[in-house]
Design a binder for this molecule. Structure first.
Ligand code: NAD
Length: 285
């Protein structure tokens, strides 16, 4: 059985990942700073910003022995503005360095981590260079949170350069949503600017988990980034109308469907075989 550590496994995306990985036969061990929500969950309470605790746990636990095959690193303060900018940056980059370095010391070669759509230039007060946005242009972090994600990606790129056997895939996840949140989506149409900050995109937590699993399973090596979003926007208003109203000077690089995501998932589809299975539009009225 493939043994996977999931950091931040008690969080919104983490819960979906633990469920998805467990359902697909993985042996999952969670590292999170909060206590396990259920007694039957295999979870260790660790502050990953403390390297001693992190390294100790990565090297083995008395009641969870055995070599770990992969790490899914999700632990972070998940957005700007929830805690101070400095605390967000320090917690997130500190945890990432500790997790990546402890994984290296433990000989783990397969790491998937949560980057963020924010590195694409959110909240797009400066318009994107073109749509659909993709992985091809330089990161444009506009917040301390996003700067931290660019630091994570940079660390990963250099760690892979140092070790040609290492794989580190950074998933530039869109705004994570659970089905209970879909009832509010119909309100977005009233104002094109309400969700312009991420080009009207989202990621269903279950599809985010699918992308994480496919990234873990991919046989490649080296550093890669992948945008992970759902196949559609949060709007029923068509993209051409939204772009003309909010970003009139931004060119379309190719034809897109009226409600097709403007965060390109072409690379994730092509390389990882990622295919979103959920849409807010499918929910019963
Ligand atoms: N939620 C989004 O819309 C979104 C969008 C893009 C990227 N992401 C990224 O995805 C990942 C997961 O996000 P989420 O929405 O599930 O967040 P969440 O807040 O629901 O979960 C994050 C988990 O990380 C844990 N954590 C934070 N700091 C820790 C530390 N120092 N030590 C140990 N555990 C710690 C928290 O206890 C929490 O359980 C994050 O890296 C986030 O930046 C989230």
């Amino acid at each position: 059985m493939t043994k996977v550590i999931v950091t931040g496994g008690h969080g919104k995306l983490g819960r979906a990942c633990v469920q998805d990985l467990t359902e697909h036969g993985y042996d999952v061990l969670v590292f999170d700073s909060t206590p396990a929500p259920r007694a039957d969950q295999r979870s260790v309470q660790i502050d990953l910003s403390d390297f001693g605790q992190t390294l100790d746990a990565f090297l083995g636990l008395d009641n969870h022995p055995g070599q770990v095959d992969a790490v899914v690193h999700l632990a972070a303060i998940p957005a700007p503005g929830r805690q101070s900018d400095a605390r967000t940056y320090q917690n997130n980059t500190g945890c990432s360095f500790n997790v990546f370095h402890a994984a290296k010391r433990a000989g783990i070669k397969n790491i998937v981590f949560a980057s963020s759509e924010t590195v694409l230039g959110l909240p797009f007060d400066t318009p994107p260079p073109y749509v659909p946005v993709d992985e091809e242009y330089e990161p444009r972090p506009e917040t301390s949170y996003s700067l931290g994600k660019v630091i994570d990606e940079t660390l990963a790129r250099h760690l892979c350069r140092q070790d040609p056997d290492l794989k580190m895939y950074g998933l530039r996840l869109s705004n994570v949503k659970e089905p209970a949140e879909y009832a509010a989506f119909s309100g977005f149409d009233s104002d094109a600017r309400l969700r312009k900050w991420n080009l009207w995109a989202y990621i269903d937590a279950r599809d985010g988990a699918q992308a994480v699993r496919k990234a873990v399973e991919h046989p490649g090596k080296g550093f890669e980034t992948f945008i992970i979003a759902n196949a559609d926007t949060v709007m029923t208003r068509p993209n051409k109308e939204l772009m003309a109203e909010v970003f009139p000077s931004v060119p379309f690089r190719r034809d897109v469907g009226p409600n097709e995501t403007l965060l390109s998932i072409e690379k994730a589809r092509r390389v990882l075989g990622y295919e979103p299975r959920h849409s807010w539009r499918d929910r019963p009225l």
